[in-house]
Design a protein around this ligand. Structure first.
Ligand SMILES: C[S@@+](CC[C@H](N)C(=O)[O-])C[C@H]1O[C@@H](n2cnc3c(N)ncnc32)[C@H](O)[C@@H]1O
Length: 282
């Protein structure tokens, strides 16, 4: 799923010469949201049309993503949290899938304002909260399902974030956690945020220096890319049971372990579905 999403994104970049029509497409499809979006992503940003191209696809990507998530994480009739929800596209799709309540959280307040407008424009109810994944502003056991998509590589502390994602889950609840895998040659050749060679493996300080000082991008908002095997170990160490992972090789026994390890290390995207032990009281 996610690899296809990133391929589509890459394709959108490759057609950026025709991209001027993409901001128009976004404006026509979501006029109220576009008003806020275009202020937040200034037209002077060298990647403006690229962002417009990506954003104009987000509601549809959100719907496809939620259909995939629902294969392992029940959402209908559930209280659902989306951590690092950006402009709220996945939250909107979760609400449309019949969740009882949807809460989106992101570290950027301007994104939350845009997400509120976007949800209203799409006619769905969702709550958007400003906050940090590392210190979620919710009591223990607040949600039946937690979704965290393409966010871990942006947070300061992977381990603390994983603890928090599991803390706010109710017993028996499920977490969908995915993101780009650090040592994948795919991202080494072209990182998903700035389309540059080699920065997916750099420590954040050096990455920031290279992207902003050497390549002159206006800002750098990526931290450390996670390593799938480490994330899996942290989920288990925090008591979660892995109920599904995207990285199983499906190979016969002898080659199975080698193939599984290689795939875990090198595959572009990891997806884990983890369950918090216990029985849901709700
Ligand atoms: C690549 S975007 C992913 C957005 C969305 N989940 C998706 O896949 O379309 C990463 C998001 O994480 C947010 N973010 C970064 N650090 C965060 C943190 N510490 N806590 C919560 N959100 C954070 C960013 O503001 C951004 O909206």
């Amino acid at each position: 799923m996610h690899l296809r999403t990133w391929r589509r994104r890459a394709a959108a970049d490759d057609t950026s010469s025709g991209g001027a029509s993409r901001s128009l497409a976004l404006q026509q499809a979501e006029p109220q949201f576009f008003e806020l979006w275009q202020v937040a992503v200034t037209p002077e940003d060298p990647q403006f049309e690229r962002w417009a191209a990506l954003e104009s696809e987000q509601l549809e990507i959100g719907r496809r993503r939620v259909a995939e998530i629902e294969r392992h994480v029940p959402l209908q009739g559930k209280d659902v949290l989306d951590v690092g929800c950006q402009w709220g596209a996945t939250c909107i799709a979760i609400a449309q899938a019949g969740a009882t309540s949807v809460t989106g959280l992101d570290v950027e307040e301007k994104l939350m304002e845009g997400a509120r407008v976007r949800a209203r424009e799409q006619g769905v109810e969702a709550t958007f909260v400003h906050g940090f994944a590392e210190t979620l502003p919710f009591p223990d056991a607040s949600f039946d399902a937690v979704v965290c998509v393409n966010v871990l590589e942006h947070v300061r502390d992977h381990e603390q974030t994983i603890r928090e994602l599991l803390r706010v889950l109710r017993p028996g609840g499920r977490l969908h956690l995915d993101g780009p895998n650090r040592f994948s040659p795919w991202w080494f050749a072209r990182d998903p945020h700035y389309q540059l060679v080699g920065i997916s493996v750099l420590p954040p300080g050096i990455g920031e220096h290279y992207v902003t000082r050497v390549r002159n991008f206006p800002s750098y908002d990526v931290g450390t890319f996670p390593v799938a095997q480490v994330i899996e170990r942290r989920l288990k160490a925090n008591g979660a049971r892995i109920v599904w992972r995207s990285l199983d090789s499906g190979r016969p026994k002898l080659l199975g372990r080698v193939a599984a390890n290689a795939k875990s290390a090198l595959w572009p995207m990891f997806v884990f579905v983890a369950e918090k032990p216990g029985t849901s009281g709700s």
